[in-house]
Design a protein around this ligand. Structure first.
Ligand SMILES: Cc1cc2nc3c(=O)[nH]c(=O)nc-3n(C[C@H](O)[C@H](O)[C@H](O)COP(=O)(O)OP(=O)(O)OC[C@H]3O[C@@H](n4cnc5c(N)ncnc54)[C@H](O)[C@@H]3O)c2cc1C
Length: 300
C-alpha cells in the first residue's frame, strides 16, 4: 500500500512528455481538481499526479473567422466571459456559465470535463453538437487529433491511455454568421447543479425565409453518452418556424426520451423536463415565445 502520492508540476508540454515517457506507474493529471479530488476520496490515488495548471500552452482561447481553438486547461469562467466564444459559439458560453457555482467555474476546466466523461457533464453535448476534434498528447510524445466520439466512449470512460493528455479542442467555423446555437439544462437546484437533463442545438437560420438548415440536436444525461437526436432534427426539414413546428419539435423530444429511457423511474420527470428545455431553447434561438405541446398536460 502506498501512503504518499508523488506529484509533478511541469511548465510546458515537453516536460510533460519527459515525465510520462519515463513513468512506469499509474498517472492522473490534475487541472481544476473539482472532479479528481472528490473521486479519490473513495478510490486509491494514482502513483503520480501531474498538475497541469502551470502550463501556459494549455490555457488559451483563439477565435478567428474560420476556426476556434481552446486549450484544455481553460476554465469555465474564461469560456463564459470570452467575447469571441459568446459571439461565435453561444452554446459553449451558456453551458460553461451553468456549470456549478462561481467557485467551481473558476477552477473547472474544459479538458477535465471531457476526461471525466460524466453523462451529466454540461460541455459534452455541446462539444458533440459542435463536432469538435480533440487534441491529444500521448504519453510517449506522439500527438493525435480525434473525433469527440472516439475520445468519450462511455459513462466515465474515455479512450485515453495512462499518461495521455488532452491538450485542447479545435473546430472549424464553417457556417458563418447565420449559425445560431443554444444550450439549456435542468438540474436539481439553481446553484451547484449537476444536470439531470441538458441539450445543445446548433443550426443555420435563414431569417428572411424563417427556416433552419443543417441542424444538430444533442441531449445529455439521458444515457451514458451524449445522444444526437436525428428524429428531432428531421422535424425542422423544409418547415417554417411557427407554433405548429414547435409542437412537433416538443413531441419529438418526448418520443426520444421515451426511446432513450423506457420504463426508467426518471422517465416521467424527464419527458416533462425536456419540454421545458425545448421551450427554453426555441425562445433563445428564435427570440420569441412558444407554447407547451400537449404532453405537458398529460398526467404523470
Ligand atoms: C460542487 C460541484 C458542482 C459541479 N457542477 C457541475 C456542473 O454543473 N456541470 C458539470 O458539467 N460538471 C460539474 N461538476 C464537475 C466538474 O466541475 C467538471 O467536470 C469539471 O469540468 C472538471 O474539470 P477539472 O479541471 O476540475 O478536472 P479535474 O478534477 O482536475 O480532473 C478530472 C479528471 O480528468 C482528468 N484530466 C483533467 N484534465 C485532463 C487533461 N487535460 N487531459 C487528460 N485528463 C485530464 C483528471 O486526471 C481526472 O481524472 C461539478 C463538480 C462539483 C464538485
Amino acid at each position: 500500500m502506498t501512503d504518499f502520492v508523488r506529484a509533478a508540476r511541469p511548465n510546458d508540454l515537453g516536460d510533460v512528455t519527459a515525465i510520462t515517457g519515463r513513468s512506469t506507474g499509474s498517472i492522473a493529471f490534475i487541472a481544476g481538481g473539482t472532479d479528481l479530488i472528490i473521486a479519490h476520496e473513495n478510490l486509491p490515488w494514482p502513483d503520480l499526479i501531474i498538475d497541469i495548471t502551470g502550463i501556459a500552452e494549455l490555457d488559451f482561447v483563439d477565435v478567428t473567422e474560420t476556426a476556434v481553438q481552446i486549450g484544455a486547461a481553460t476554465t469555465m469562467s474564461t469560456l463564459d466571459r470570452h467575447k469571441g466564444i459568446r459571439k461565435s459559439l453561444p452554446l459553449l458560453a451558456q453551458a460553461s456559465a451553468q456549470v456549478g457555482s462561481a467557485q467551481i467555474r473558476n477552477r473547472a476546466t474544459i479538458g477535465g470535463n471531457i476526461a471525466s466523461a460524466v453523462p451529466a457533464g454540461d460541455l459534452l453535448p455541446v462539444l458533440k453538437c459542435l463536432e469538435v476534434r480533440i487534441e491529444i498528447l500521448r504519453h510517449d510524445g506522439r500527438t493525435e487529433v480525434l473525433e469527440f466520439d472516439d475520445v468519450v466512449v462511455g459513462s466515465g470512460e474515455t479512450s485515453l491511455g495512462n499518461g495521455d493528455l488532452i491538450t485542447g479542442i479545435v473546430l472549424p467555423l464553417k457556417h458563418g454568421a447565420n449559425r445560431i446555437s443554444a444550450f439549456a439544462k435542468i438540474g436539481m437546484r439553481e446553484v451547484l447543479t449537476i444536470a439531470r437533463l441538458n441539450m445543445a442545438i446548433a443550426a443555420n437560420y435563414d431569417q428572411a425565409a424563417n427556416r433552419v438548415s443543417d441542424i444538430r440536436v444533442v441531449a445529455g444525461a439521458v444515457g451514458p453518452l451524449p445522444l444526437r437526436l436525428p428524429a428531432v432534427e428531421a422535424v425542422f426539414q423544409g418547415r417554417v418556424i411557427d407554433q405548429s413546428l414547435a409542437d412537433d419539435f416538443l413531441n419529438a423530444l418526448v418520443s426520444e426520451i421515451d426511446n432513450a429511457i423506457p420504463g426508467r423511474y426518471s422517465q416521467s420527470y424527464k419527458r416533462r423536463a425536456i419540454i421545458g428545455l425545448g421551450l427554453d431553447l426555441l425562445r433563445d434561438l428564435f427570440d420569441r415565445e412558444f407554447s407547451p405541446a400537449l404532453p405537458l398536460m398529460e398526467p404523470v
